[in-house]
Design a protein around this ligand. Structure first.
Ligand code: NAD
Length: 285
């Protein structure tokens, strides 16, 4: 049986994941701003530092896995873009950096980060904001979405999830993560019926946008079923899964990006010996 850190363990999909892990006999260290083992406000550096320390103490420096589900939806309010940036991006990557050695200590740890299908279904997400996140500049990331006015929260949300997905893919394949036996992947849900979505449906403006979104299979996703995907991504069956962003969204991503993905790797990213080898084989035939 393993030891797992689960952020956002007090509600929605994080809570469903934690319940399933406990039912399977694992030890779960929940992290949330309310109602769990480690109470921490992930929107502040101090809160994140406290969560890192407390989880390391409770796990005695060894984690078999981590699930990063704490997050805020677009929502309203002047401070919302900053809160989104702090929780959805820095509340994921700082914790993972702080727990990396504990994950490496168990040799085959698995990490699931909650992304979103907003990464590919929200148009014109500012690249400047994504770059700012990845360079660790929270102020710049927030400034980059301000000009969107009432749409700033939506852009802060989508850009935080794009950035966290890029962070996952960059790090997943590195010697410090894949090389240390850690499987790092992301799950990108569509609209799932949790308190986060309920809040959106209760807001007249957000509700219109959510309900107008094309979902080929219809309806909303179930948080328990999404938790099953996380459990699968933490299982031995996922030993060969590395750096993937798994979309479970009722078909919205496929609807919008039918021909845009999969797309071949650009030539400059492929080591030259690989295509030299191919042309050699062609000559021999
Ligand atoms: P939820 O609101 O039910 O749960 C989120 C949890 O995060 C809550 O327990 C909340 O207390 C915690 N949290 C929020 N701010 C925090 C803070 N400052 N410090 C510590 N904890 C904090 O939401 P959910 O729908 O289960 O969302 C889980 C993840 O899935 C989030 O990252 C969300 O962005 C993502 N997501 C959700 C949907 C959806 O439709 N529900 C879609 C795509 C992605």
């Amino acid at each position: 049986m393993g030891v797992y850190a689960v952020t956002g363990a007090a509600s929605g999909m994080g809570r469903e994941v934690a319940a399933r892990l406990v039912a399977a006999g694992h030890t779960v260290i929940g992290v949330d701003i309310k109602e769990t083992d480690v109470i921490a406000d992930l929107s502040t550096s101090a809160g994140r530092a406290g969560a890192i320390k407390e989880v390391l103490a409770r796990s005695e420096g060894e984690l078999n896995g981590a699930v990063l589900a704490a997050g805020l939806g677009p929502g309203a309010g002047k401070d919302r873009p900053r809160l989104i940036a702090e929780v959805n991006y820095f509340g994921v990557i700082e914790l993972l950096e702080g727990w990396r050695e504990a994950l490496a200590a168990t040799k085959m740890a698995k990490v699931v980060v909650f992304s979103s299908n907003s990464t590919t279904t929200v148009p014109a997400v500012p690249r400047r904001a994504i770059r700012a996140y990845l360079s660790g500049d929270c102020d710049k990331a927030v400034r980059s979405v301000r000009l969107y006015g009432t749409g700033a929260s939506v852009m802060a949300y989508a850009s935080s999830k794009v950035a966290v997905s890029h962070w996952v893919r960059r790090h997943a394949v590195s010697p410090e993560w894949a090389g240390a036996g850690i499987r790092l992947n992301a799950l990108a849900p569509g609209a799932i019926m949790t308190p986060l979505l309920e809040a959106q449906l209760n807001s007249p403006t957000e509700s219109k946008a959510v309900k107008g979104f094309p979902v080929p299979v219809g309806g909303f996703g179930d948080p328990g079923k999404l938790a099953e995907w996380v459990i699968f991504m933490l299982s031995d069956a996922a030993d060969f899964l590395c750096g993937s962003v798994v979309f479970v969204d009722g078909g919205t991503d496929a609807y919008f990006r039918t021909n845009e993905w999969p797309r071949a790797v650009p030539l400059h990213r492929v080591p030259s010996y690989l295509y030299r080898f191919q042309s050699f084989r062609r000559r021999k035939k």
